[in-house]
Design a protein. Structure first.
Length: 332
């Protein structure tokens, strides 16, 4: 039999009003033998209606989502709702506190560890609680991401290309309603263990983002996140009103593996194409200069297809296997 989750909470999920509290996970460690991990949560509800689950801080070095969700929690008004919002700005607190993609508690990647385990590591226990408690309550899930310390993206909202046509249309409609400058029909390198996959396999409407990156936030990307959160709540019918007018989005698709370009050697990377620019097949996107000798020509990374530079490596140094660039095809 599956063990019960060790996580308890001091917030009610079915009571009207705005309730701030924590998910509390026992966490015995060197510096606190009988310690706990406290994950902030806000539940706002008024009457019957859809439930939207909103999360930031899945990875700890991505900041637009936590900023947008934390502000929404501070201003939550149950009187403006029809239904329920469950909001967690810091889904993975150890990683957020450390400013790291992976949790320093156990090295876990929150977005590659679902469905989790109730008797596993800290990250696995959090994932298990989402899998068994929070996701089943949700109709719509909005999970904020950015590029973190290693990648930078054009600001986009994404939904995955799904085999069920109805679910695919629902997710795409919510993605478009977010109102980002770019939208993406996303194809993952490997979707096993993702929070996204867990929600989609339950039939939920799932929207994610990539809003910049480089382990920082920008005023424009935080503004996109805050506006997009409101727009998804409008789209779900949890709040009433009109979305803020924005220019039409550029829709991107990923036709296959040729979108991804990886470093084949270590060295210092020089990008020749700005983020958001278009390239033709064969164009040089970047050059990698060896650190081990002089008089050596750089290794050229050429585009495997026509497309728009959707994401790029941020750090000035690369290792073999690092993702250097991701292309996507703009829809005409």
């Amino acid at each position: 039999m599956t063990r019960p989750s060790p996580i308890a909470t001091d917030v009610p999920f079915d009571a009207d009003g705005v309730h701030h509290g924590h998910l509390v996970l026992p966490w015995s460690r060197d510096d606190s033998a009988w310690g706990t991990l406290r994950i902030p949560i806000t539940v706002a509800r008024r009457g019957e209606g859809p439930t939207v689950l909103v999360t930031g801080g899945n990875h700890g070095d991505e900041y637009e989502g936590p900023l947008a969700v934390a502000e929404w929690c501070a201003r939550a008004d149950a009187a403006a709702l029809t239904g329920r919002v469950i909001a967690l700005p810091y889904m993975n607190p150890p990683a957020v506190a450390a400013g790291r993609r992976l949790s320093p508690a156990d090295g876990g990647n929150m977005n590659r560890i679902f469905p989790g385990r109730p008797d596993g590591t800290v990250t696995e226990k959090i994932a298990d609680y989402f899998q068994r408690v929070l996701l089943p309550m949700a109709d719509v899930v909005l999970d904020f991401h950015s590029g973190g310390a290693s990648l930078d993206f054009v600001p986009l909202a994404a939904s995955h290309v799904l085999p069920d046509p109805g679910q695919d249309r629902r997710c795409a409609a919510a993605r478009d309603a977010f109102g980002a400058p770019y939208t993406l029909g996303m194809v993952e390198i490997d979707a096993v263990g993702m929070y996204d996959t867990a929600a989609e396999e339950m039939g939920r409407t799932f929207v994610t983002t990539e809003l910049g990156g480089a382990a920082t936030s920008r005023p424009e990307t935080v503004a996109i996140a805050r506006r997009g959160l409101r727009n998804v709540l409008l789209h779900a019918g949890v709040i009433a009103g009109e979305p803020e007018p924005v220019p039409p989005a550029i829709h991107l698709t990923q036709p296959g593996g040729d979108c991804f370009h990886f470093a084949e050697a270590d060295g210092m990377v020089e990008f020749l194409v700005p983020l958001g620019d278009t390239v033709a097949r064969g164009d040089v996107i970047a050059r990698v200069w060896t650190l081990h000798a002089t008089g050596v020509a750089p290794l050229e990374v050429t585009a495997k297809m026509d497309g728009l530079l959707m994401a790029r490596h941020v750090r000035g140094l690369v290792q073999p296997g690092d993702c250097l660039a991701v292309l996507a095809v703009p829809e005409v």
